[in-house]
Design a protein around this ligand. Structure first.
Ligand code: NAP
Length: 272
């Protein structure tokens, strides 16, 4: 299997499904090699108008596409698979983008031998800066993983992980953008507390976030080293860090990510 020569159907093209469609199109995937499905007719019209893709019903998608990218909410996955599972012809690849759901959830509902790949991406896909983790489920070969990589590479970085790590990935990078947005929001408020106009505070912290992110990615330095470079003896930064430690920010992050991981597990149980 190789990119662009196979038809990909995005089944349940909501927020994440749309990110995938638009990313594939930006990367030059031929529009006649893409299909989408939606539950509401208004959503179907919107997708067709915005991207020029053919929006079809789920069973047509299953019939026509070689790759089925399932991007419904976890709680909608069982109903979807009741509908399409028994009708999936041999030789199709199912890629799940659903948080929490193990590949076995799909395998149990698909004809024996259907390869399943589990993927966790994130919303920076919108600006081609996604982090996408890819795992092989039942019957998925290296070729299937390579195809999934080719599909998600244009959206940002990709990494292969064992499926046992996917709930942790969901907690860290799947939900991750939300933690950074919350930090930026809180730091903007702090700037306002210190007397800065809202827009100035926002611009200062957004550019600081971008600069820090690029340094983390490109300098090759450990985050501790980068932080130490801003932390001079008896200076301002260490005073702030003392407060962050007093308020348990590190412990809060450990607990928060554990809660997200547990919620991913719960979603899988509830979806059954
Ligand atoms: N949002 C994120 O940041 C994020 C990150 C990583 C992974 N994910 C995963 O991505 C998946 C989708 O999340 P989302 O935020 O994109 O949700 P969403 O916007 O609600 O998208 C799901 C779409 O699936 C459609 N749908 C549901 N059942 C269907 C069916 N039987 N046939 C056809 N279409 C159907 C829904 O239609 P209606 O609009 O009519 O309800 C909706 O448009 C979830 O499993 C989530 O865990 C999300």
């Amino acid at each position: 299997m190789s990119a662009g020569v196979h038809t990909v159907a995005v089944i349940g093209a909501g927020k994440i499904g749309e990110l995938m469609l638009s990313g594939l199109l930006r990367s030059g995937w031929p529009v006649d090699r893409l299909l989408a499905t939606a539950r509401r007719p208004a959503r179907a019209e919107e997708l067709a108008a915005r991207y020029g893709v053919r929006v079809v019903d789920n069973l047509t998608a299953v019939d026509e596409a070689e790759v089925l990218a399932v991007s419904v909410k976890p709680q909608d996955a069982a109903a979807l698979l009741d509908e399409i599972g028994p009708k999936v012809p041999p030789g199709k690849l199912l890629i799940s983008l659903c948080a929490g759901l193990p590949s076995s959830f799909f395998s149990r509902r698909l004809p024996e031998g259907t390869p399943v790949v589990r993927v966790m991406t994130n919303t920076p896909a919108l600006v081609d800066q996604a982090m996408t983790a890819i795992s092989a489920g039942a019957y998925a070969t290296g070729e299937h993983l390579a195809l999934a990589e080719e599909m998600f590479k244009p959206l940002g970085a990709t990494i292969r992980v064992p499926e046992t790590q996917q709930d942790a990935v969901t907690a860290l990078s799947g939900s991750g953008p939300a933690y950074f947005y919350l930090l930026v929001e809180a730091m903007t408020d702090a700037g306002i507390l210190l007397g800065l106009p809202r827009q100035v505070a926002h611009d200062l912290i957004v550019q600081t976030a971008i600069g820090s992110a690029v340094m983390l990615r490109d300098s090759g330095e450990h985050p501790v080293k980068l932080r130490e470079a801003v932390t001079s003896p008896a200076g301002t930064t260490i005073s702030a860090i003392r407060e962050l430690e007093n308020h348990g920010v590190r412990a809060a992050l450990l607990a928060a990510l554990e809660a997200a991981r547990d919620r991913a597990r719960e979603l899988a149980t509830q979806a059954e």
